[in-house]
Ligand binder design. Structure first.
Ligand code: DHK
Length: 149
């Protein structure tokens, strides 16, 4: 049987990781993080799809295409977290579990980052652990997939 797919979606400016405000987001690039996730997933009997876009509509399309195909979505929507009804609606139409992910702890930051349209529809959230959060999210997603059988 084919392996369940975990779809990692990364939103705007996450392609700049490593050089973008490293005191907040860390020194790893998104490619470094993807390699870490793939290495950790290799022992887990799951397949990883890992994508990044600066475009809201592209992220919406990828969520739509995950319906009936991906077992879970892990999403760091970047700033769209705080603004995007379109992403929230797309996730509501997706039948699988959603893990909300952030490198920084938004609750310790500016007030406008305390609102999350992703958090309203996610099964749970991981934030504040830097790049390691991507591995925690893998654990969370694998756990939920296993629970669901
Ligand atoms: C990433 C961003 O780009 C910000 O816009 C969010 C999030 C926080 C993160 O911590 O990963 O506010």
């Amino acid at each position: 049987m084919s392996q369940p797919i975990i779809l990692y979606l990364n939103g705007p400016n996450l392609n700049m990781l490593g050089t973008r405000q490293p005191e907040i987001y860390g020194y790893k690039t998104l490619a470094d993080i993807e390699a870490d996730v793939r290495a950790a997933a290799s022992g887990q009997d799951v397949a990883i799809e890992f994508r990044q876009s600066n475009l809201e509509g592209e992220l919406v399309s990828w969520i739509q295409q995950a319906r009936g195909r991906c077992a879970a979505i892990v999403i760091n929507a970047g700033a769209y977290t705080h603004t995007s009804l379109a992403l929230m609606d797309a996730l509501l139409a997706y039948e699988g579990p959603v893990v909300e992910l952030h490198l920084s702890n938004n609750h310790r930051r500016e007030k406008f980052r305390h609102v999350s349209f992703i958090g309203k529809v996610a099964k749970g959230s991981i934030q504040g652990f830097g790049p390691a959060g991507y591995l925690l999210a893998l654990q969370a997603a694998c756990g939920v997939i296993r629970e669901q059988g």
